[in-house]
Design a protein around this ligand. Structure first.
Ligand code: NAD
Length: 407
């Protein structure tokens, strides 16, 4: 596709974790896709045929898109294709006071306004603070734009966005019937099923989905800390609670609950609820507090000031290279104030210059903390070092031993 302006869809923020898998999925379905992103370095990586992060199946899709001339990349908003879908996938953070950062959304939109035409369908794909879709509708109308606006949230799990786009029902909303109809036509080739609702309802779906998960993990983490503090083996308790007991079978195990979405989306609801979302705030205290609990647990058994602590896994979740909002870094920050030294390792993370080879961290550390349950650590030889492993990934329980009697 030599003419940059000749695409069926332009993905704004298309070099990111949401935008790029979506761009590749549409290209794979035969659409001509344009990526517009301000990160020129990542655009160059993509243009060279290399994925800038891990997403299941993405490398082959990227090769297919480039080989078949279905993908163009630009950092210049003046290149934005003047018709078709304009999909917005930029980050929507909370600020340092845990309020939604409206200015981040508005300034990104302001930069796009000169290039938005009445022939565009705007598809908001980022997670949005409730009311943002209707706000954008009013704002663009004030700017004299008649563009149709839809909000169709991304709900996939990090690292499986391509796969899940074709598996998950797509929530569709719009500020007019025409916007809804166009959004449905746009998504039909790549999603299995669509659910229509009002923009505010769709905004809540995405935020409630993430908050629900965040609170679920907090329940597991709270139970773990309660039981562990009382000297009980939580892995046995969890097994007892869930084994052939349907009503509790989805109870998660404890672990460091982090990443770029769950925390900040829970805080978006808290801000929307005028800081009266006590369940969400409690979940935040529990999930963030688990790190500090583990440090106190280690301090109770070891003279922290005189030992080197090794952290295994700096990505926010297993088998991922994504270190955004990872609790491993909170662990590191606190330990650096208490321990003699802190060494870190991760087989996937690329962007942290302080990482050391795994063998070296195991060798030089007096105590290890399993921060991220990467598959690579499953059969790790820890050379007899004590491992603090809330995940039970390296230090594995044998719960079947507690089953007595016949099946
Ligand atoms: N990562 C996920 O798994 C996931 C899942 C569901 C929803 N979300 C939501 O999707 C949104 C994006 O998340 P992400 O993880 O893809 O973020 P990201 O940081 O990986 O990607 C955002 C991209 O937008 C680009 N960008 C930023 N400002 C821009 C601008 N003004 N113009 C053009 N490009 C710009 C960045 O360079 C980056 O490439 C957030 O609202 C997030 O909450 C993320």
């Amino acid at each position: 596709m030599t003419d940059k302006k000749n695409a069926d869809v332009c993905i704004v923020g298309g070099a990111g974790h949401v935008g790029l898998p979506m761009a590749l999925s549409f290209a794979n379905a035969g659409s001509r896709v344009q990526i517009y992103d301000i990160n020129e370095k990542t655009l160059a990586t993509i243009a060279s045929g290399t994925m800038p992060f891990v997403d299941d199946g993405a490398e082959a899709y990227l090769r297919h898109a480039l080989d078949n001339d279905l993908l163009t990349l630009t950092a210049d908003p003046a290149d934005i294709t003047p018709t078709g879908a304009l999909v917005i996938t930029i980050g929507t953070p909370v600020d340092e006071f845990l309020n939604p950062s409206h200015s981040a959304v508005k300034s990104s939109i302001d930069a796009l306004i000169p290039h938005i035409t009445d022939a565009h369908l705007i598809v908001l794909r980022s997670t949005l603070y409730p009311g943002t879709t209707e706000w954008l509708h009013r704002y663009l109308q004030e700017c004299g734009k008649k563009t149709r606006i839809s909000f169709c949230p991304e709900r996939s799990v990090q690292g499986r966005a391509i796969k899940e786009l074709s598996e998950l029902p797509q929530i569709i909303s719009g500020t007019s019937d025409a916007a809804v109809a166009e959004a449905m036509t746009f998504f039909a080739p790549v999603v299995p099923e669509m659910i229509e609702m009002a923009p505010l309802e769709a905004e809540f779906v995405k935020l409630f989905d993430n908050s629900y998960r965040y609170i679920e993990f907090a329940i597991a983490n709270q139970f773990y800390m309660l039981a562990d503090q009382a000297g009980a083996d939580y892995s046995k308790i969890h097994f007892g609670m869930t084994h052939r007991y349907e009503r509790a079978k989805h109870m998660p195990r404890p672990g460091y609950t982090a990443g770029p979405c769950l925390f900040k989306d829970t805080m978006q609801i808290a801000a929307f609820a005028r800081n009266q979302f006590s369940l969400g705030h409690s979940a935040m205290l529990v999930n963030e507090g688990l790190v500090l609990y583990m440090i106190e647990k280690i301090a109770a058994e070891h003279d922290l000031a005189n030992i080197t602590v090794g952290l295994l896994g700096m990505a926010f979740k297993a088998n991922s290279d994504d270190m955004r909002a990872s609790l491993s870094y909170k662990m590191k920050k606190h330990l650096m104030m208490r321990a003699k030294a802190v060494l870190t390792s991760d087989p996937y993370v690329q962007e942290d210059p302080n990482l050391l080879p795994l063998d070296e961290v195991v060798e030089k550390s007096d105590v290890l903390i399993l921060c991220t349950p990467h598959a690579d650590y499953r059969d790790l030889d820890v050379k007899g070092k004590p491992v603090f492993d809330v995940w039970n990934h390296v230090v594995r329980p044998t719960p079947t031993e507690v089953i007595k009697g016949s099946a």
